[in-house]
Design a protein around this ligand. Structure first.
Ligand code: N01
Length: 540
């Protein structure tokens, strides 16, 4: 489509890396422009995050009527979500349905991990090399490789010494794992740990939870989908999706707060937080007042409310204090949503181990040893997270022939223009990349917004006979500064979170997502497009 001379043209107009929610929509959308597109997926099935994260209790923490594609009114009307929050199997079923319904599979190559991507300036094309050594050429490359798709186990010596079985939440086996009768250790208490711990506790003979940092968690209040809720939502689905574009998180139905937490009386605050606690969900809670994420004193009122809830739930006072987070303001690490997480610590077969005080030193043949003592375990579950936002991109050797590699360019932290492109790497787009709101939003809304922007850009290029687009270094520098300034005006940098790369030893500490709000970001992207793609250099 971009080349009239068929001898010279690359195999594809667009190569997409990844066939999760982002890759699938990109395939559908760009194929709709008449482009020759192919998606390459490392997994043996499609679904990305929802293919790999099959751990017990895996469930989305955004409500299913929101966490779904909006691009097809028929699709959103037809699909029935059985519960308020989708389970991993249900979401994977939905993704597979979408692939069939829109005939996507014929352009997806599974079991194909991309190891390298090299841009050749003279030929103006990307060459992608797979793990098996095959090569593929494309004019454009779209990285839909995910933000939380590079699982990370701690740097402990001799993981293989352990004679039992170990698992990572993000690399869960496809066959069910039964912990009945076992002594199990779960390491990590982020969203994954918080979801799996109550379920493993019910199965295992004994569960040790190895906690380094206590996390705030709110009740999800999951429930079967109420027919009336579904009917009402679907009656105005289109309007709700449009309204969501004008919100900071890409989710409609949460009226913006109007008041500072510090302007409310203690009793008024208690009632407001209590109502949000009962309602369930994290957005609603953090949206109780205008300043919970920007003012420490305001935040402390919400943090303390949740700590009090933990103290009221967990019977053992020492355990309750260990579970009550005190080292970061609520919401500055990703808030967890749970079902009976804190209640689980009242079970006789569950022990919380403080590995902040006595870190894990090593795995042993029969379990693990902290600096204090050894724990005999049949299975170990690492719920230890991911090399977030940049991990999947850095795993691929991305470079410009005879020039810089992306890993070198990002040695001091990721830089992008709008999270969409990296200066120096022409014709490579990133979906929900660092510098975009991505993980701070309803991800599918961000995925659709990014992909639509990329589709608009490619259509513009085709109309103007442009074949190369590249972010300008000046625009990239300005954007990176803006992303940092916005983050610095919030409380987010106060937490040692994966948003900041703090969970990976040696990773540069740069706040990666854009926290100015999805709506603000979208307006900026639209303005750039309307202004002839200001900040992007296009050549013929
Ligand atoms: O990973 P995490 P996750 N010794 O990085 C601990 C999304 N998600 O997989 O905080 C001991 O949050 C680590 O401790 P610390 C969501 O965006 C969504 O749980 O680094 N502990 C932390 O407790 C989420 O934020 C959903 O001190 C070690 C934990 O492991 C993101 O994915 C569900 C350790 C890692 O927590 C990642 O969540 C699941 C060590 N050596 C995930 N190393 C939903 O939609 C690490 N830890 C609901």
């Amino acid at each position: 489509m971009f080349d009239t001379d068929s001898d010279q043209r690359p195999m594809f107009d667009v190569a997409i890396v990844g066939a999760g929610l982002a890759g699938l929509y990109a395939l559908h959308r760009l194929r709709g422009l008449g482009l020759r597109v192919r998606a390459f997926e490392a997994g043996s099935g499609i679904g990305g995050t929802w293919f790999w994260n099959r751990y017990p209790g895996a469930r989305c923490d955004v409500e299913s009527l929101e966490y779904s594609y909006s691009f097809s009114e028929d699709l959103q009307q037809e699909w029935r979500w059985p519960e308020r929050y989708g389970t991993q199997p249900e979401i994977l079923r939905y993704i597979n349905h979408v692939a069939d319904r829109f005939d996507l599979r014929r352009d997806i190559q599974l079991d194909t991990r991309i190891r390298a991507a090299t841009y050749d300036r003279a030929a103006n094309q990307w060459t992608l090399r797979t793990e098996r050594g095959e090569t593929v050429t494309a004019r454009f490359c779209v990285m839909a490789s995910g933000n939380l798709s590079t699982p990370r186990v701690p740097d402990l010596p001799d993981l293989d010494r352990f004679q039992g079985k170990w698992y990572h939440s993000g690399l869960w086996p496809s066959e069910p794992v039964d912990f009945s009768g076992q002594v199990v250790g779960v390491i990590g208490t982020g969203s994954s740990g918080v979801q799996m711990i109550p379920i493993i506790a019910r199965q295992a003979k004994r569960l040790y939870v190895f906690q380094r940092t206590a996390n705030f968690s709110l009740p999800a209040r999951n429930a079967p989908m109420r027919p009336e809720t579904e009917r009402r939502h679907k009656a105005s689905y289109r309007e709700r999706r449009l309204a969501a574009l004008d919100t900071p998180f890409g989710i409609a139905g949460h009226p913006p707060p109007t008041k500072s937490a510090l302007d409310a009386s203690p009793e008024e605050r208690r009632q407001a937080y209590e109502a949000k606690w009962e309602e369930g969900g994290s957005i609603s809670f953090l949206y109780a007042y205008t300043d919970l994420l920007v003012n420490k004193a305001a935040n402390e009122t919400a943090s303390e409310f949740v700590r009090e809830k933990i103290r009221a739930t967990v019977q053992d006072r020492t355990v309750a204090e260990l579970l009550a987070p005190k080292d970061h303001p609520i919401g500055t690490k990703r808030l967890c949503l749970d079902t009976e997480y804190y209640e689980t610590y009242n079970r006789d077969n569950v022990t919380l181990v403080d590995v902040r005080r006595a870190p894990i030193a090593e795995l042993t043949p029969s379990g693990l040893r902290t600096r204090e003592r050894e724990y005999a375990l049949d299975s170990i579950v690492f719920a230890t997270g991911f090399d977030a936002m940049t991990g999947a991109l850095r795993e691929i050797d991305i470079r410009v022939e005879g020039g810089l590699s992306l890993a070198d360019k990002w040695a001091a932290g990721p830089t992008t223009y709008l999270g969409l492109m990296v200066a120096g790497f022409p014709n490579m787009f990133v979906i929900t990349g660092p510098g975009s709101p991505s993980v701070k939003t309803q991800m599918i809304a961000s995925i659709e917004q990014h992909t639509d922007w990329i589709a608009g850009c490619l259509a513009h290029m085709r109309a103007g006979d442009f074949t190369r687009v590249e972010a300008e270094a000046r625009a990239e520098g300005d954007w990176v500064r803006h992303v940092n300034e916005v983050a610095e005006a919030t409380l987010y940098p106060l937490a040692n979170s994966w948003y900041l790369g703090a969970n990976i030893p040696g990773k540069p500490r740069v706040f990666m997502p854009y926290v100015g709000g999805f709506h603000v970001y979208k307006q900026k992207c639209d303005a750039v497009a309307a202004n002839s793609y200001d900040g992007f250099a296009m050549t013929r």
